[in-house]
Ligand binder design. Structure first.
Ligand SMILES: Cc1cc2nc3c(=O)[nH]c(=O)nc-3n(C[C@H](O)[C@H](O)[C@H](O)COP(=O)(O)OP(=O)(O)OC[C@H]3O[C@@H](n4cnc5c(N)ncnc54)[C@H](O)[C@@H]3O)c2cc1C
Length: 133
């Protein structure tokens, strides 16, 4: 059975797993998603959280609840060895380990840019995560 590994369970990664669960039979592929957070953040809702219009939990979609047959791994991928088709995972707790794959989907998103504006890195708060909102 082919192993499909998704790096990052944000908008792109979550929907990739969700759709593949519907398109592929159980014996067709083994799905795994790796993300340090157990939920997909619906970022367009974050300004609403800041404004107090909705609660923070409404911007988060639980991966374990909605991805019924995808293995959810809590951690960060720190290296991809495409030649050997293996990634290194730094789990939220415990020692690093490796995961092999046949197909990899890299959807680790982006980080907030801090532009060379004096003080912005120290004073400003990003708006990509629920915690920041
Ligand atoms: C405030 C705000 C409002 C927005 N409003 C809109 C809108 O109205 N309409 C619109 O179309 N778009 C909007 N966007 C843009 C949209 O949210 C993004 O384009 C979309 O979230 C990008 O999806 P992504 O999967 O590429 O990245 P993300 O959703 O950021 O997901 C990346 C995921 O990868 C994980 N990750 C990162 N590094 C690693 C690693 N090393 N190993 C494992 N996992 C990792 C992260 O934890 C995260 O869960 C908005 C964005 C923001 C911030």
């Amino acid at each position: 059975m082919r192993k499909i590994l998704i790096v990052g369970g944000g908008y792109a990664g979550f929907y990739t797993a969700w759709k593949l669960e519907r398109k592929l039979r159980r014996d067709e592929a083994d799905l795994t998603i790796v993300d340090p957070r157990p939920y997909m953040t619906y970022q367009p809702f974050l300004p609403e959280v800041v404004a107090g219009s909705i609660e923070a939990r409404h911007a988060a979609v639980s991966m374990r609840r909605h991805l019924r047959r995808t293995h959810v791994v809590a951690g960060s991928v720190t290296a991809i060895d495409h030649e050997h088709r293996v990634v290194t995972v730094e789990p939220n707790t415990g020692d690093d380990f490796e995961l092999s794959y046949d197909l990899i989907v890299v959807t680790a998103g982006a980080v907030t840019r801090k532009f060379p504006v004096p003080g912005i890195a120290e004073q400003a708060i990003g708006l990509k995560h629920v915690e920041e909102a």
